[in-house]
Design a protein around this ligand. Structure first.
Ligand code: RB5
Length: 171
């Protein structure tokens, strides 16, 4: 499996560690930078990773910044990217199994290195489990990116809320 990885200058050392961690487990890792600790801007590296994923140059992506918040926000702006900011194993598994997230984000300053390694193991081992419900949800999420006519539309989720009221969702 081919994986793109990117980070900002705050967590370059953590990025390097995770790159090596993944390589030791047989992944081919494309390092999209940043490569040192000189101040830079995380959207650059989020965009690079996301573009490699959505153009299928790589299979999946990993992004890191201090909290993970900034870079995951940047990633989400690239059409076709579905990124989850993850701080524990349960969320990593959910991201892949339920939402088929093609990029995972972690906060190198806020999650311990052991947790980040466990998150990597869990995310890459998990497989998307398609259901009619999650396929519909993913489609809805993807359409949010494509469309602007939902802005101000208070009824955009009515169909889903009605299903919720009817007890069609499991949680
Ligand atoms: C530094 O740019 C810091 O803001 C960044 O690493 C990250 O924590 C943002 O979410």
């Amino acid at each position: 499996m081919k994986v793109a990885i990117g980070c900002d200058h705050i967590v370059t050392d953590i990025k390097n560690h995770i790159k090596e961690y993944l390589e030791n487990r047989g992944f081919e890792v494309v390092d999209c930078g940043t490569y040192d600790f000189e101040r830079t801007h995380y959207p650059i590296y989020g965009k690079r990773v996301a573009e490699k994923v959505v153009t299928k140059e790589v299979d999946l992506g990993v992004v890191l910044c201090g909290t993970g918040v900034g870079i995951t926000n940047a990633v989400q702006k690239v059409k076709g990217a579905r990124c989850a900011l993850v701080g524990d194993v349960a969320a990593a598994v959910y991201a892949k199994e339920e939402l088929n997230c093609n990029i995972i984000g972690v906060g190198g300053r806020v999650s311990g290195i052991g947790m980040i390694e466990d998150i990597m193991d869990a995310y890459f081992a998990a497989e998307y489990k398609p259901t009619d419900e999650n396929k519909e949800l993913i489609n809805k999420i993807d359409n949010l990116i494509d469309r602007t006519d939902y802005i101000g539309d208070d009824h955009f989720f009515d169909e889903f809320l009605e299903k919720w009221d009817r007890g069609e969702y499991h949680d």
